[in-house]
Design a protein. Structure first.
Length: 174
């Protein structure tokens, strides 16, 4: 068994579960695209290029930029990590935008011909859902601050302000 762990890097159960996940994903893709192997491969290639080469670097840079801006602020930040209360609504809003962007931006599709529905409410509804997500996140953060007592931590005598970020838990929620 040690030879397998040394060769593969994890236990055999991990490999079995990974193979099962690929099999389930392949089955689902086959059912969704009705055997269109070329279409599935094009979709997977577009997903890899779109996400891994374009989107991931963009939102990683955006996240690092936000963290860099707030790390340079005075160290009198709340004891509760705030960044995940910003990340979660941004991610859900972006997912909704990626799914519904043709309707939100009223791009010409055959949607109106097939459904006889107007494209006008989609932008307003997406903005309302996005606002609601940020409002819920702010309320959750306020509750979390209230429960923690809103304690603030400032550096002790002789301790640099940068050590607050590495003490115990940093402000990214990790």
């Amino acid at each position: 068994m040690r030879w397998f762990r040394r060769l593969y890097g994890s236990n055999p159960l991990h490999l079995l579960v990974t193979i099962a996940c690929f099999a389930i994903a392949g089955y689902a893709a086959n059912k969704l695209r009705a055997g269109d192997v070329k279409g599935i491969l094009v979709w997977l290639a577009a997903a890899v290029i779109g996400h891994d080469l374009i989107l991931f670097p963009l939102y990683a840079i955006a996240d690092r930029s936000v963290m860099a801006v707030f790390r340079r602020r005075p160290p009198r930040l709340p004891a509760v990590p705030w960044i995940n209360y910003l990340r979660v609504p941004v991610v859900f809003s972006a997912i909704l935008l990626m799914i519904w962007w043709p309707l939100i931006f009223r791009l010409p599709t055959d949607f109106t011909a097939k459904t006889d529905l107007s494209l006008s409410p989609y932008l307003g509804r997406w903005l309302a859902v996005t606002g609601g997500l940020f409002l819920l996140s702010a309320l959750a953060y306020a509750v979390r601050l209230a429960v923690s007592g809103g304690r603030r931590r400032s550096p002790s005598r002789g301790e640099p302000a940068s050590s607050l970020m590495s003490a115990g838990r940093d402000y990214s929620g990790r």
